[in-house]
Ligand binder design. Structure first.
Ligand code: NAD
Ligand code: ZN
Length: 344
């Protein structure tokens, strides 16, 4: 089979022929239909500091996908051949303290698809049945593959009730853009989106933002205060991983509000806890992955019911062979989500 592989501890990827994966008794062989590119894949391609610490070549990369069950191991009961599936990419152990307490997303022995397991940028993929999600037949392939990052946005938006609230979204990458649609669907009364990338701000408007602002030419705090009668927003959703944006978010948050943070920072962040957190009595939520599997139900319902149309965020589709074109668009920020057609 063809597969996109990180072969060596150096920048770059290779499209190579690989043997099809083997199946254990509880594993499922999936024929990948579509996959999509995440920022993590670009980090692995570019061999950034993070990738050097976390990734061991050789490994097939990629973790977002939708595909068809081809064959099942002897003990598999959840799916059968021909069903379309995607997967939770945190492959949890099921036995640790976190898993047993309903926090599989922070399993202490968690393995990640496309990092610790061979990934989805390949014709075939083998996964344990317990991580599979049956795709709703109403959801097209290009939407099914984005359920994983969409779920990140669902948990960030919905860490508390957001109906009628005023919201500032920092970072209009694919996940921040999904969050715009989700916040709208959940009844937010005002959505302000900040990003230094005008191409992405335009998609933000299509996803339902009321105000889009570029921090390169707009004072974000002033913009928020003007739009909220001087109060600040009830909710801040941080998807940029940028310290300046986080600082703007904390200052823009009304006392008593909440901030949910998905963005990942390159280095530790200083926060004036007394001023920005304690005396403002705000609530901070760290978000990682998705709630397994309750978030998948929410995601599937948002997409299958038409409550959220992710169409404007899915800006490019390429053949798997052309993965590097997608990677380059991601580096340049001239895209939303890039989908790879594995089976044309
Ligand atoms: P992305 O890199 O495509 O998007 C980040 C966006 O932030 C970009 O559009 C960028 O222009 C914007 N940005 C940069 N500086 C900014 C500033 N000062 N103000 C406002 N916006 C600014 O990433 P993504 O795939 O959409 O993911 C969003 C974030 O979530 C990333 O930091 C990613 O690493 C992180 N992430 C976390 C988890 C988790 O489990 N916690 C999972 C997936 C992604
Ligand atoms: Zn566990």
């Amino acid at each position: 089979m063809k597969a996109v592989v990180k072969a060596n501890r150096a920048s770059g990827l290779e499209l190579v022929k690989m043997p099809e994966p083997k199946l254990g008794p509880k594993d499922v062989l999936i024929k990948v239909q579509v996959a999509s590119i995440c920022g993590t894949d670009v980090h692995i391609d570019d061999w950034t500091y993070w990738a050097q610490q976390r990734f061991t070549p050789p490994r097939i990369i990629g973790h977002e996908f939708a595909g068809y069950v081809q064959e099942v191991g002897k003990e598999v009961t959840f799916v059968k051949a021909g069903e379309r599936v995607s997967a939770e990419t945190h492959i949890s152990c099921g036995y640790c303290y976190q898993c047993k307490n309903g926090y599989r997303e922070v399993c202490r022995k968690s393995k990640l698809l496309g990092i610790d397991y061979d990934g989805t940028f390949a014709e075939y993929l083998s996964l344990p049945e317990h991580v599979l999600w049956k795709d709703d037949p109403r959801i097209p392939d290009e939407w099914a593959t984005i359920q994983e990052p969409f779920g990140n946005a669902v948990d960030t938006v919905m860490s508390e009730d957001i109906s009628s609230k005023t919201v500032l979204i920092l970072g209009a990458g694919p996940i921040g853009l999904f969050a715009v649609g989700i916040a709208r669907a959940c009844g937010a009364s005002l959505i302000i989106v900040s990003d230094p990338n005008d191409y992405r701000l335009d998609i933000g408007k299509k996803m339902g933002a009321d105000i889009v602002a570029n921090p390169k030419n707009t004072d974000i705090l002033n913009c928020v205060l003007e739009a909220t009668e001087g109060n600040g927003v009830d909710v801040v959703l941080e998807f940029s991983g940028n310290k300046l944006a986080l600082d703007q978010g904390l200052k823009s948050l009304t006392p008593g509000g909440r901030i949910s943070i998905l963005g990942i920072y390159e280095t530790p962040v200083d926060i004036d806890l007394n001023r920005e957190v304690i005396f403002k009595k705000i609530r901070i939520y760290g978000i990682t992955g998705r709630k397994i599997f309750s978030t998948w139900y929410k995601t599937s319902r948002f997409l299958s019911s038409g409550l959220v149309d992710p169409g404007p965020v899915i800006t490019h589709t390429f053949l798997l062979e052309d993965y590097e074109k997608g990677m380059q668009l991601m580096r340049d920020g001239m895209c939303g989500k890039v989908v790879l057609q594995v089976m044309p």
